[in-house]
Design a binder for this molecule. Structure first.
Ligand code: ADP
Ligand code: ZN
Ligand code: ZN
Length: 865
């Protein structure tokens, strides 16, 4: 028999492939995309077969090194767990994002949460004897059958223990394939009691039973009003979800639990339990679904027609669906997905963060029922495994999930929708591979001849530019479905407010001085106020009318800029046009792009005021102020601190939407998610905290965030109002927000990007060094710089500079920015090559030395902080 070698990618090891040989008995299973068990040093690891090669060529290439090649121990998968398409996608990601292939593979499979050891094996063969005869040639298989017949079902772990750790998966897979054994996933451990809840399942059949019994009850003389009310509740709604929580049902029917129990005893209905998370996430507000048949309007029809055509032609094409919230984008996704399913193709819907978008999942479940598979990280391991499996096995389905759902193991992807494509959460920032799911979506679709729809009210500059350049085709939905008016946006000049208050103060002082007859005054001038008089007035007004109020304060605790409270002047870097960051410990300013360091001005160069100070007010401070000013108002705060518990987002949102609070105050989290028809006022406490973040995308993010939060106002008959407080009332970004003018903003902002060579005119790779010793980290960054000398002329190198968030959780961060202009380096190949080489050199020079400093590579970074 020929020999076989495999190249393995092994997560958690160096960024290269390892060669192993394949024992004869494992050869049939050792295919590209399958997982194997192998020994690696002293460890036993799981690796992925990336390449297989026959003896002849490998031997020739490797020559004398052959004797060192170790055999793999086992093959885990009957069928390769990764399709060719996903394997190619992972290679592309590894290459483009400069990430180790093993890590990419792990990221791709994390959805599956594959637990090879936890499966239970049982005998399936009707006649053990016949089975034994057929495996006579395979002693290992026979051994397993014998073991199972003697001891009964066993986990794979137990089999390993009893039969030795030698190849077990592969013979098992073979036995399973022949139908002699059955391998089942062990049931995940039951959830803790507190996390499940009692529900009543509702199916068309059970519904009939409810109706019949209700009729009986109503006709009979023995009256059971409680039971009747329950059955009425269960049959009255047209669109009942497939299950309703017992607590909701009792609330709705006004009946007691005993009545429900009585019905259960009579077997009219069944009470089962279900994990709470699903309910809170996807079954909130069943009434909001509506049942109307929807006919697309002309804009939607036109958009859909273009998409349909591409689907029909099996043509790879990316569409940008640009339309404000409520313009009917989701309806276009739905129609397009029907179209894809009708062609026996699958679809993926990416959403920014699933826990913030329960309504969209509900809506898709309503339209596509069991075809919808939800994949997300808050699911239990068992649920995730089931979902992954379902996506893998079904002919066509719809997968909904956050960025990692782009790796869903669907066979025949025809359509990928990226909703709110501008959201930074599509970029994985916290660990390798640092991929952007929108861009991966486009690469995956290209290979699958699929259609991509990028949906947004405020597209990213990159995406809109691609649309302008006809790389994507632009579909516009310019009007809201309900023709509701966009909210009126008012900009409040906080400087003028302060001037006015100072004037009042001075006047009062003059008065007092006159009366006190020249005594020196001790009172200090008033602090800058958090709430303007305008906003205060509006809040009081809404509180009186019992209408909802949303207040945004998107303060990230750490980044501080220096500002003149009298004229709004801000310390900026002249080279990079971003705000300088104030470092309180060293009392100096830094530009974290180019590394400029200087001390802050003592008096304002613009107005000579000496009041200059660094700025920042967090949500807690705002909360205090609100409590002081509006002691009777019921206030909910939503930020990272108040939403650490699972389900707490939903709890807060639900409370607010049900009118149990007057004011919802929070960070950007409140800008997304549910629609609140009761909200008529949105206040932005300070637009500046966002606008002046030291990041070249600060204006873009401000435009997106404030447009989004403004959209929370007036989703009902009542017209909404938005108040934006700022120290920069003339800032063009705010003007465009107030005018609801995306195109105007785009034209303006793209000019700035061009001027300073930021994306989309250039590509950026951010290289970060992290460690506990500032000096040492800086040293590493400088060392890395030395590797960049060659070909420096074609790319721009900035830094090393201390990051804007120079110290996070006790770790110092230094940045190097590599930039290449698209005019010089259209495909980014030079940039990638230069970076690749430098990384390689750096790693080699560090090999075997201390690992106290970590290097992180972020290609196309979403945040530069
Ligand atoms: P978006 O995704 O742009 O926010 P949606 O698709 O959610 O917009 O549409 C907003 C609302 O209008 C939804 O309640 C939806 O059911 C409804 N809707 C969408 N298209 C139509 C239509 N053509 N006719 C009537 N109602 C529609
Ligand atoms: Zn000033
Ligand atoms: Zn600079």
């Amino acid at each position: 028999m020929n020999e076989l070698y495999v190249e393995l990618a092994i997560p958690g090891t160096a960024d290269k492939l390892y060669t192993y040989s394949v024992p004869a008995e494992l050869m049939p299973a050792a295919r590209r995309g399958a997982r194997v068990i192998a020994s690696f040093g002293k460890r036993t690891v799981i690796g992925f077969i990336v390449e297989t090669s026959a003896e002849s060529q490998t031997a020739a290439e490797r020559g004398r090194s052959i004797p060192h090649i170790k055999p793999i121990q086992d093959v885990l998968d009957v069928e390769p767990i990764l399709s060719e398409q996903l394997l190619n996608l992972t290679s592309w990601i590894a290459e483009y994002y400069l990430a180790p292939l093993g890590e990419v593979l792990k990221a791709v499979l994390v959805q599956g949460a594959v637990r090879p050891g936890k499966r239970i094996v049982s005998l399936e063969a009707p006649s053990l004897q016949a089975a034994m005869q057929q495996v006579a040639h395979a002693p290992r298989q026979a051994e397993i059958l014998r073991e199972l017949s003697q001891r009964g079902p066993a986990t794979i772990q137990q089999l390993k223990k009893h039969l030795g750790a030698r190849a077990i998966y592969s013979p098992l897979n073979e036995l399973a394939r022949r139908g002699f054994v059955r391998i089942l996933e062990e049931q995940p451990k039951p959830q803790l009691k507190s996390k499940t809840e009692a529900v009543i399942e509702v199916t068309p059949e059970s519904r009939q039973i409810f109706e019949q019994h209700l009729a009986l009850l109503e006709a009979s003389s023995r009256r059971s009003p409680g039971q009747a009310a329950i059955l009425r509740a269960l049959t009255s709604t047209i669109n009942l979800p497939s299950a309703i929580a017992v607590t909701d049902l009792l609330k709705q029917s006004g009946s007691a639990l005993s009545a429900l129990r009585a019905l259960a005893r009579k077997r009219i209905l069944t009470i089962t339990s279900r994990e709470v998370i699903r309910k809170t996430e996807f079954d909130l507000y069943p009434s909001s679904l509506g049942t109307i048949e929807i006919t697309l309007n002309d804009y939607q029809r036109n958009a859909f027609e273009c998409i349909r055509q591409s689907l029909e032609e099996n043509k790879f094409q990316t569409f940008l669906l640009h339309g404000v919230t409520g313009s009917g984008k989701t309806q276009v996704y739905i129609e397009s997905m029907h179209e894809a399913l009708a062609r026996k193709r699958s679809a993926i819907l990416l959403v920014p963060e699933i826990s913030l978008t329960p309504q969209i999942v509900r809506r898709f479940k309503y339209h596509f029922g069991e075809n919808v598979i939800v994949l997300h990280s808050r699911m239990s391991i068992g649920e995730r495994y089931d979902a992954w499996r379902a996506a893998w096995e079904r002919e066509s389905s719809i997968v909904i999930g956050p960025r990692s759902a782009i790796f869903a193991p669907l066979r025949n992807v025809g359509l990928i929708v990226v909703d709110e494509e501008q959201e930074p959460s599509y970029k994985q920032a916290d660990q390798a591979p640092r991929y952007h799911a929108r861009d991966v979506a486009i690469v995956r679709a290209a290979a699958a001849h699929a259609v991509v729809i990028l949906g947004s009210a405020t597209p990213s500059l990159e995406t809109y530019t691609n649309a302008v350049n006809n790389k994507y085709s632009l579909l516009e939905l310019p009007e809201r479905i309900d023709t509701a008016k966009l909210p009126e946006v008012k900009i409040v000049d906080m400087l003028a407010e302060r001037q006015r208050k100072l004037e009042e103060f001075r006047e009062a002082e003059r008065q007092r001085k006159k009366e006190a007859d020249g005594q020196p005054h001790t009172k200090k001038p008033p602090e800058r106020d958090i709430l303007s008089d305008t906003l205060r007035r509006k809040i009081s007004d809404r509180l009186e009318k019992n209408e909802g109020i949303i207040l945004l304060q998107n303060r990230r605790g750490f980044a501080s800029y220096v500002e003149c409270p009298d004229c709004g002047w801000v310390e900026m870097c002249e080279n990079c046009n971003i705000s300088l960051t104030y470092h309180a410990t060293k009392k100096h300013l830094r530009c974290h792009y180019c590394g400029l360091v200087r001390s802050p001005a003592e008096t304002c160069p613009q107005c000579r005021s000496a009041e200059i100070r660094y700025h920042g007010v967090g949500t807690q401070r705002v909360e205090e102020e609100l409590a002081r000013s509006f002691p009777k108002a019921r206030l909910l705060r939503m930020d990272l601190d108040t939403t650490t518990r699972r389900g707490s987002h939903d709890a807060i949102l639900k409370k607010f939407s049900e009118g149990e609070a007057d004011i919802l105050l929070g960070t950007q989290m409140i800008a997304k998610g549910l629609d609140f028809s009761r909200v008529t006022l949105v206040g932005v406490i300070s637009a500046d905290t966002q606008m002046l973040l030291p990041d070249f995308r600060a204006s873009e993010r401000t435009f997106q965030l404030l447009t989004q939060v403004a959209g929370r106002a007036g989703r009902s008959a009542l017209r909404g109002e938005v108040i934006i407080q700022t120290g920069q009332p003339d800032n063009p970004t705010l003007r465009y927000i107030a005018a609801h003018d995306y195109i105007g903003f785009y034209r303006d902002e793209i000019e700035h990007r061009k001027e300073l060579c930021y994306p989309p005119f250039s590509r950026i790779i951010l290289i970060e060094f992290r460690g506990k010793q500032d000096e040492e980290v800086m040293h590493h960054a400088s060392e890395f710089m030395e590797n960049l000398t060659e070909r420096r002329q074609s790319i721009q190198v900035l830094g090393p500079a201390s990051a804007a968030l120079s110290k996070l959780k006790g770790v110092y961060r230094w940045h190097i920015i590599l930039k290449s202009l698209k005019t010089d380096d259209p495909g980014g190949h030079i940039l990638h090559k230069v970076c690749h080489e430098a990384v390689h050199l750096y790693r080699n020079s560090r090999a075997g030395k201390s690992r106290s400093v970590k290097m992180i590579i972020d290609v196309d970074p979403a945040s530069m902080m």
